[in-house]
Each structure stands twice: as C-alpha cells, then as structure tokens.
Design a protein around this ligand. Structure first.
Ligand code: VG1
Ligand code: CO
Length: 657
C-alpha cells in the first residue's frame, strides 16, 4: 500500500472529557473530524509508542557496564533523543554483547532512533466496542485502520465485528491469550487502543459517538496525554493515511499487507474468549455455577442492548448455568433499541419492573438477583428482590467480602480507592480492615496509577462503576460476578436446605456493622452552559465565608449540622505527583454529611450539573430509613444554597439516582 499525507484544518472543541471525546454523530461525520482526532492522539504519543518495530539486539562492549553508561558515553549523542523508559514496556528490548572491537562503532552507526523508527515491531490494538452501531461506525474502523497503517503501526487487532466491551479492551491490551506470542515483540501485550464508544450515552444517527485512547497498561490516557491531544487538535495541519483495502472484520483471521515500512497486519479475533478466560482466573466459577443452577436462586441480567450482551450468554448461561430466559435485552443493537443504555433506576425500566421495584407494576415473585450494564459494559447496577444497592455501598461490600469470597483476592487487598463524590462507605471498610485508602477525582484514569504501583486492588465510583486491578477500566460483568461470588459464599451451605441469604440481608448486615451512608445524586442534564458555569462560580465564591454559608444553611433547615469546611477538590497523584485541579466543589458538614457539585465531562450537549448528597448514620437502629426521606433536609439545603432553580430554571432534576 501507499501512504499519503492529507491536508486538514483544526476543529474546535476536540477536548477529551472525563472519558474521551464524545459528540453527536453528525459532528463526528464531518470530513476529517475523526482523522484529526486520531492523528492528534498518535502525535501525542512518543514515536516509539506508535512506530516501534522488530525486536533488536545491541551488542555492548564488555567494558560498558550498562546501556545507560553507554548512552552517557556516546560521543555523537546519538541516543540523546531516546529515553529508554519511554519505550513501550511490552516491546521486548534485549541489549547484550561480547564487546569485540567495532561493536561501539557499529552501535553508534545503527542510530537507535533509526532502528526504532524503522525496525522495531509494534502492535497497536484497535478495540471497537460496537461495530454495527452505524454504517459510519464501520467506516470509522476502516479510517482508523488506514491511518494506523499510514502512521507506521505494524499490526492492528480488532474484535470480531468490531465488538469489544471497554473492560475487554483493557484486558486484551494487557494480555491476548491464544495469540502467537512468537510473532509479537511485546509478548501477548499491545501498546494502546482506540475505543469507540460513548458509553452510557444513547446511540443512533441523532445521538452520540465517542472515541478514547487507552494506554499500554490498559487504562484510559492520563491527563498529561489528553491535554497534549487537545493541544494537537488545535494546530493539526495534516494526517497520514494508507490506501489499505477494507478488511472483513466479521471474519476471524489475519490479513497482511505490504507497505513502504514493511508488513502491516489486521487481525480479527473472537471478542469474548480472552475476557472469559480472565474472569475464570479471578472467580470460582464452580461455586457460582452451583448457585446459579440451583432451583432456589433466580437471576436476571439486562444488557440494555449494549455490548455486554455479547458476553452475557457465554458467561452466565454457557459457563455458569443460568437460564437463557434470565437474559434481557442481550442482543447488541446499534441504537440500543432506542433506549438510554445507562444502568440506573430511571433507564433500566424493564429490569426495575422485573425486580419488583416499579411502583406501578409490582411483579409477583421477582428474581433474587438482578443486574444491568451500560452500552460499553463497564458500568453495573446491582439489585436484589425489591431492593436497590447503591454503587457506593456495592464497592464497600465487595471490598469487605473479597478476601473470603473471591479467590483472586484470597491474600487480601493491597488497598482500596473511590472517586471523590462516591460515598464514604468504602472509607469505613478500609479503616476496619486496615487497608490503604485513596480518594481520587471522578473518572477511571485516576485509579490506574495506584493499581500499577500495587496500592489499590478494588475501587469504585458512585456512577455505577466498580472494578479491580485485574484490568484498568471499570468492569460491569466483573461486578456482577463479584456479587454472585459473595452470594455463593454466604449460601454455600444453604443451597440444599435452609433459607437463602438475600442481597438485601447482605446490605442491611453491612449497615449494621459499619453504619449507613445515605446517598443520592441529582443530575440536571442539558442545562445552559453559561448558567451552569455561573452556578459553579457562585458556589466557589460563597466558600470564602463559612459564616455566611452557615447562616444560609440554618435559614433553610435548622435540623442539619454545620458546614465546617468547603473547597474545590484538588488531587495530587501519589505515584507521579501530577496535580488535577477544579475537580468538584465540596461542602463538608460537622456530622460527616457532604454536598458535592460538579459539572459532567461526558455530555455532548449543553452542560450537566451533578449534585451529590450524602449523610452518615452510625446508629444501627436508624439505618433502615427510606433514603430520599432521610436526605430531604440536606437536599433542601443543597438546592437553596446553590440557588439551583434560579440559575438553571429547573424545578426538578432530570435524573435522580
Ligand atoms: C461520568 C461519571 C464518572 C464516570 C464517567 C465515565 O462522568 O460521573 O464517574 O467515570 O462518566 O463513565 P461525568 O464527568 O459525566 O460525571 V462511562 O461508563 O462513560 O465510561
Ligand atoms: Co461505560
């Protein structure tokens, strides 16, 4: 194939948000829009990450102790542009030798940079979560494949039909099981991924599309990279692409092409097998199978027509013996069947009704356990019979039970972490189990560094995201398997005779032990962006006088405690020292209650204001209240303090979770 340079001009607003770039489909469809973003991303990576080819061996003279010494003593400074630590850790780099005469010169002659540009191998993994969403999605695959070829990438991996869940992409970057390792320099690892998803946002010609880049650890690109990508999008002048013919991504197999820099392969592989294998290595499938196939236990899983459907049948039905009728909406659809693929009490209507939680339509005998996923299957909602588990409680309960119930954690947890707006239920467990604990800004990218450094095993967000260090994304099906493991463990002696321990009992017992964090989130979607900014600015300004704040608070409700601290959340990454500012406005009360205000970074239109409300109740006689009742005073304070209606014109939120 031939490579060509295509001239282009920048687009405004290509700033990756909380989780990549998300825009309306029609925005993405503009000529060059996607190409600009992809090229800007490739340009934001070190050349080594994109163009590394073939393993190479350097013969070092014997008197040179290490490559570092050698680089330091290089008279021509030929290595100066090469930072070895920047080379993809997966690309196997072997440097050794007998040091005979001329070795030094030979090494100098083969400029490392030249070698890296021309000879090192590299695998760029393009993971698509949902090929057939739109004809233009398929087009989108081809655009990226061609650009990858044009940029000197050696090999692209694609899930069959372009389907891969976000957690499966993360898993596959980290390890491709069953790949012919001898063909890959970096063993079974890839160096990065483009994930095509707008996650829980609706899909279809008039809805959202999205793209994000994940790094070689399997996690979302950190802010340092996304900032660079954004800068690149503002100045981009050209992109590279190749005239590679379209590849049939429905058929498993490798297609090879010859290009100016050598061979380029596109490999299409089964979307589920790597992920299934990983899950089997984490959980005790045999004990979950006993539970799921027991007559006493009933189960229901709703994929909301997202990509989780591609995994649900394999895992829950084929591997674990659940009834096929327990799967709802498990056929992936390009528009999610017209629904909003967000697993919460508002949007997962069918599941909510089936679980007996819909007031208008109480089901006679709901299943014992129900769960749902979002479009790209990284989110989860956990339900018991007529019972909702808040995501903040869910991660705390998983952490409290992991070591007993999940083989992967049998040696105990390294530590736990939550996003700032997530309730402090996890904090209490961490304290009790004497675990390291971290509070990070919203967005999964902040957990990755902690996990890479071995500081965190289990983490979660209030936004229905739960996960562990098995990958570097949140994982919807993992969370369901974690809950099923806990249920299987607690019921291992009850499956024959005796009464089953229910989801509700597990949660209520947890509250009795640790206290309960009443929690709710109000979302005001598609608010005028200017009005949302003004509201946030007003809240920041208000923070300068706690006396004034408390006067307002007590004027609204005399039965809430005092605000003792208010700030804008700022995070210093303990691993790389990077600082993230303006991560949400917090009002902290004397009794541990909190109000948090944030602007969403995943919307595609207007602004979304998120208001998080939390109150801690230690007294076990008071942990059984209805959460909206318990939180009513704080809600009133939050709405009054922020002048929500005045700024936004909204008398009620769009969604309450
Ligand atoms: C939301 C959630 C956040 C989550 C992010 C991505 O972000 O609040 O917790 O990590 O979505 O989830 P924001 O900025 O809109 O509040 V997903 O399922 O889109 O990958
Ligand atoms: Co998602």
């Amino acid at each position: 194939f031939n490579v060509s340079r295509v001239e282009t001009t920048p687009f405004d607003g290509q700033k990756p948000g909380t989780s990549g770039l998300r825009k309306k489909v029609k925005v993405f469809k503009q000529p060059n829009y996607l190409e600009n973003f992809v090229q800007s991303t490739l340009n934001a990576l070190t050349p080594q990450k994109v163009r590394v080819r073939e393993q190479f061996v350097l013969l070092l003279p014997e008197e040179v102790a290490s490559l570092d010494d050698h680089i330091a003593s290089s008279p021509l400074g030929l290595y100066s542009s090469l930072n070895l630590s920047q080379i993809d850790e997966g690309a196997t780099l072997v440097v050794s030798g007998d040091g005979r005469y001329f070795s030094k010169d030979a090494i100098q002659a083969i400029s490392l940079t030249t070698v890296l540009y021309c000879m090192l191998d590299y695998e760029l993994f393009v993971g698509y979560w949902f090929c057939a969403r739109q004809p233009e999605d398929i087009l989108c695959h081809f655009i990226i494949i061609k650009m990858a070829a044009g940029n000197g990438v050696r090999r692209v991996w694609v899930g069959q039909d372009g389907l891969l869940s976000t957690p499966a992409v993360s898993a596959v970057i980290r390890e491709r099981v069953g790949v012919d390792v001898s063909q890959l320099v970096s063993g079974s690892r890839a160096t990065g991924a483009f994930i095509l998803t707008a996650s829980h946002n609706p899909g279809g010609p008039n809805e959202d599309f999205g793209i994000k880049y994940n790094m070689e650890n399997g996690g979302p690109a950190p802010e340092g990279i996304t900032d660079k990508i954004y800068e690149n999008t503002k100045t981009i002048k050209e992109y590279l692409t190749a005239d590679v013919p379209d590849v049939d991504i429905a058929a498993i197999g490798v297609t090879s092409f010859g290009g100016p820099e050598g061979q380029f392969d596109v490999e299409v592989f089964d979307s589920a097998s790597d992920y299934v294998k990983l899950m089997k290595s984490i959980f005790d499938f045999e004990s979950i199978r006993k539970l799921l196939s027991s007559q006493k236990f009933t189960f229901c899983y709703d994929a909301l027509h997202g990509v989780a459907g591609a995994y649900a049948k394999r895992i829950f039905v084929e591997e674990l013996g659940a009834q096929e009728s327990s799967l709802l909406n498990c056929v992936p659809k390009e528009d999610f069947g017209g629904g909003h693929p967000d697993p919460n009490l508002t949007y997962a209507k069918e599941l909510v009704a089936r679980m007996g939680l819909s007031k208008s339509n109480p089901e006679a005998e709901p299943p014992e356990f129900g769960a749902a996923a979002d479009g790209d299957a990284d989110r989860n909602m956990i339900l018991g019979k007529r019972f909702f588990v808040t995501p903040s409680d869910s991660v705390a309960i998983i952490a409290a039970n992991a070591a007993q119930a999940i083989p992967y954690f049998s040696a105990g947890l390294n530590g736990v972490a939550r996003s700032m707006p997530t309730s402090a239920a996890l904090d209490v467990v961490a304290k009790d189990l004497k675990l390291k604990f971290f509070e990070v800004p919203t967005g999964w990218k902040f957990f990755g560094n902690l996990m890479d450094a071995g500081l965190c095993s289990v983490c979660g967000e209030e936004s229905f995201g739960t996960g562990s260090d098995h990958i570097r994304e949140k994982d919807g099906i993992w969370a369901v398997l974690a809950w099923l493991s806990i249920l299987a463990y607690k019921n291992k002696d009850n499956l024959g005779g005796g009464k089953l321990v229910t989801v509700e009992e597990i949660v209520r017992n947890h509250w009795a032990t640790y206290g309960r964090h009443y929690y709710t989130r109000y979302d005001y979607e598609n608010v005028d962006a200017g009005a949302a900014k003004e509201l946030m600015a007003y809240l920041v300004k208000l923070q300068s006088s706690l006396a004034e704040v408390n006067e307002i608070v007590s004027g609204i409700r005399s039965d809430v405690s005092k605000v003792v601290h208010a700030d804008e959340f700022e995070y210093k990454d303990p691993v790389d020292g990077s600082i993230s500012k303006h991560q949400g406005i917090r009002y902290l009360f004397q009794d541990g209650s909190r109000l948090v205000f944030r602007l969403s970074g995943t919307g595609s239109e207007g602004a979304t204001i998120r208001l998080y409300i939390e109150q801690y109740e230690k007294d076990s006689s008071k942990t059984g209240r209805d959460s909206q009742d318990a939180l009513a005073p704080l809600v009133a304070v939050a709405l009054g303090l922020s002048k929500m209606q005045e700024f936004t014109g909204r008398s009620a939120p769009t969604v309450i979770t």
